[in-house]
Ligand binder design. Structure first.
Ligand SMILES: CC(C)(COP(=O)(O)OP(=O)(O)OC[C@H]1O[C@@H](n2cnc3c(N)ncnc32)[C@H](O)[C@@H]1OP(=O)(O)O)[C@@H](O)C(=O)NCCC(=O)NCCS
Length: 221
C-alpha cells in the first residue's frame, strides 16, 4: 500500500502479518526484553521491513535502536521512518543526500474515540473534515482518522530534523480528496535543505481497512 504514495527516490517494505524470519541484534533485543508480546512482534517485524528497504540502498543489517523520544537510529547517510498498527507494519528509507526528511504512519481506518478529534485538531481542519464527510463519497471514510494519521506522519518527519516536540494544534492540515495533503507549521522552525521549513506536503491512501500517510521531503537539485 505504502508504495502507492511514495516517490521513486525512496525504498520501502511492508508486511500485513508478523514475521519470524528476522534475527534481532542483542542491542535491539534489549530494547524489548520486558515488552509485551504485541510490542515485541511489531518491533521485530518492522525491523525486518527496515532491513529489506535498507538492503535496497546497499546497507547491510545493523541495529536499529530507538533514540531520543523514540526516533529511530538509522545508519549514517540514511533518512527514514517506520510505522506499525494492528495488521500492518512498514518502513521507508532514502539516501540522506537525496532525502531531507521522511514521516510515515498507518492507522486502522476507524473513527477516533469520542473527544479525540477535538484534542488533536484545529477549527479550520474540522471545517474541512465536515465538508469531506458531506461530499457524498460512495464509501464513507473516517476522515478524523486520516487527519490523525497525517499528524503522526508530520511529527515523525519533524522531530528528527528539529529535535523539538510539536503539539497537534501546531500544524494546520488541509486534506484533499485526491489523496494529497498540505500542512502549515504554526511554530518557528529551522531551515531544512537550505530553505525555510514552513510546512510539509504529503499523500494518503486507504485500503485493507487502513489509512496510510506519508511525507517525503526531497532535497533540491
Ligand atoms: C511518536 C508517535 C508519532 C508514534 O506514532 P504511533 O502512531 O503511536 O506509532 P507508530 O507505530 O505508527 O510508529 C512508531 C514508530 O515511530 C517511530 N518514532 C517514534 N518516535 C519518533 C520520533 N520522535 N520521531 C520520529 N519517529 C519516531 C519509531 O520508529 C517507532 O517504531 P519503533 O518504536 O518500533 O522504532 C506518537 O506516539 C506521538 O508521540 N505523537 C505525539 C506527537 C504528535 O503526533 N504531534 C502531532 C504534531 S502535528
Amino acid at each position: 500500500m505504502i508504495g502507492d504514495i511514495l516517490p521513486a527516490a525512496v525504498r520501502w517494505s511492508q508486511s500485513f502479518t508478523d514475521r519470524g524470519d528476522v534475527e534481532l541484534f542483542p542491542e535491539e533485543r534489549a530494547v524489548i526484553a520486558n515488552a509485551v508480546a504485541k510490542r515485541q512482534a511489531e518491533f521485530t517485524t518492522v525491523r525486518a521491513c527496515a532491513r529489506e528497504a535498507l538492503a535496497e540502498l546497499g546497507h547491510a543489517p545493523s541495529p536499529l535502536i530507538p533514540g531520543t523520544r523514540g526516533a529511530p537510529g538509522w545508519p549514517d547517510g540514511v533518512a527514514g521512518s517506520m510505522t506499525h498498527c494492528l495488521g500492518y507494519r512498514a518502513a521507508v528509507v532514502g539516501h540522506a543526500h537525496e532525502i531531507a526528511a521522511v514521516g510515515i504512519d498507518a492507522e486502522p481506518l476507524q473513527p477516533l474515540p469520542d473527544g479525540v478529534l477535538e484534542a488533536i485538531s484545529r477549527p479550520e481542519e474540522r471545517t474541512v473534515l465536515a465538508a469531506l464527510t458531506h461530499s457524498g463519497a460512495a464509501s464513507p471514510i473516517a476522515w478524523d482518522r486520516v487527519l490523525f494519521s497525517i499528524k503522526e506522519s508530520i511529527y515523525k518527519a519533524w522531530y528528527p530534523v528539529t529535535g523539538k516536540p510539536l503539539d497537534f494544534p501546531e500544524a494546520s492540515v488541509r486534506i484533499s480528496p485526491d489523496g494529497t495533503f498540505t500542512a502549515r507549521l504554526l511554530v518557528p522552525a529551522p531551515q531544512l535543505d537550505g530553505r525555510p521549513l514552513t510546512g510539509f506536503d504529503g499523500r494518503w491512501t486507504t485500503g485493507n481497512g487502513l489509512v496510510v500517510t506519508s511525507i517525503v521531503v526531497q532535497r533540491a537539485g
